[in-house]
Design a protein around this ligand. Structure first.
Ligand SMILES: [Zn+2]
Length: 127
């Protein structure tokens, strides 16, 4: 992405400020549409062998048990693992996607704020 710089003329400043304000309004609307649940971490899906020698899973990888879901995430700097049900895994999956969307929106909002501030302060010094 190009470096954000001050506009070089009053019309450019006005245009940049208006664009930035419109984008911030759109970002707010996108934020409002985000789901309620936000999660961090990673979801592992694994199949397991039960350890009984007579079970089919002992020889046939396709006959392994599961899927089992394990959710790994940081809590207070410590890595925590939780076994979760398939239904919970689905919610967590969505919540992780929501969290990534939120981070993307925040990065864009931050960038548009810089554009707005540089453009609006330029417009003020000119008038
Ligand atoms: Zn088994």
């Amino acid at each position: 992405m190009p470096t954000l710089s001050r506009p070089t003329s009053p019309p450019q400043a006005a245009r940049q400020a208006a664009q930035a304000r419109a984008r911030i309004a759109a970002l707010r609307a996108e934020l409002a549409r985000l789901d309620d649940e936000l999660c961090t971490g990673t979801l592992l899906r694994r199949m397991k062998v039960c350890g009984r020698p007579e079970c089919r899973c002992a020889r046939d990888p396709a006959a392994r048990h599961g899927p089992y879901y394990e959710w790994g995430r940081l809590e207070d700097g410590r890595l925590v693992h939780t076994q979760v049900s398939p239904e919970e895994a689905q919610r967590i999956d969505r919540a992780i996607a929501n969290y990534r969307t939120l981070k993307r929106l925040l990065a864009r909002w931050t960038r548009e704020s810089v554009r707005a501030i540089l453009a609006e302060s330029y417009a003020e010094t000119e008038s």
